[in-house]
Design a binder for this molecule. Sequence first.
Ligand SMILES: Cc1ncc(COP(=O)(O)O)c(C=O)c1O
Length: 430
Amino acid sequence: MKTHLETRALFAGYEPSENHGAVKPPIHPASTFVFPDAATGAAHMETAYGVEGAETPPENGFIYSRLGNPTLSVAEKRLATWDDSDVAALFSSGMAAISTTLFAWTGPGRALWYVGPLYGGTQHIIDDILPSMGVSVKRMESLDDLALMTEEDGIPGMIYLETPANPTLQLHRIKTATEWAKQKTTDEHRVIVAVDNTFLGPIFQRPLELGADLNLYSATKYIGGHSDVVAGAVSGGADAMAKVFEYRTFFGGMADPWTSWMLARSMETLAIRVERQVSSARKILDHIQTSPGKPIDGINKIYSAWAEDLAGAGDLKSAAIAQEQQANGGGMIALELPGGRKAAFAFLDNLKHFKLAVSLGSTESLAEHPASMTHAGVPIDEKMRHGITEGLVRLSIGLEHPEDLIADIDCALKAACEISKECVDFAELA
Ligand SMILES: Cc1ncc(COP(=O)(O)O)c(C=O)c1O
């Protein structure tokens, strides 16, 4: 019988008997590794640099920590186990993972097509950096646009998407991209589908199983999960990942040994953390709705990635996507408050348990104002297109008791509605 993912992932990448029986992996800070002899050293280096005719080096050997490190390797094997992928690569940040992947698989003759909204840093690379490097970039309104493309549009080198997207949790159907890419891929031209799975993965959404080539993360978020490490990750099949590893070696964006150790440790509690965050998010969503998808007075709109809320709000297409590709809607919620920035700030300033900070996916609950914080640099028309209004607040649900989080939200909503004068009947909520 194949053991469950939680069981396999706990010790993935690490064998105590090879380390004096130590139940936890050591940290290897070494930058360089001693070769047993010159011929082995040459085989390692010539293979790493792709020298023709190089001897095959022994497996599991290390050379230099930019190319590979034992602690990095433990964490990478652990993530590959969670993702059920051939391999995973860890990076010094989510942006290092995303930029390295974009540079590896796009270029002149390998256009990038994407759907928004995207994390602001990713959008900046796509708008301002890739075109200056000769990459043609096309923004699609929806992945349904793929069906409308003609020969004149050409075939992209990569389709890139983020789902659920930051901050309004817009959903995209991963299979629409992967089925199209599969049809258009030839021996000479592979169309890579890359999915930023930061908001749900790897426990609640598994793009590789839906045909995606590369699964990306800001590991700063749920994978790291404690607001004490900045990291990124990509995982996928060995062939698609080979180029990512090659570019990481030369750009030098790998995770360092300490970061890797922290990630390996965090991944031991990943499932249990996100399960609790999600169960609390569901309780909060139930509390702030009169019925699924219908916000109580004092909130204009609730953004949720849960199928039942999407269906209740009449967005049947997104509800069907959530049903098809997600185990649940995750631990992120966004609320649009009447009363604009003043009401949103009153809400944020009156929270006690939620910490007022950007980032997400941590043990502590976090709250922020996308329009002036995470998405401050997004042009106003883009903000409006994606519902990033002045009244929008984003919540990342943590591990506090859900009743305390609910009480915190009620209290902050009361302060916000005093500004907006559209008040919640708190007697009814009790
Ligand atoms: C969806 C998403 N992708 C990528 C990133 C970038 O990750 P990092 O901040 O770890 O570089 C973020 C950061 O907030 C994000 O939310």
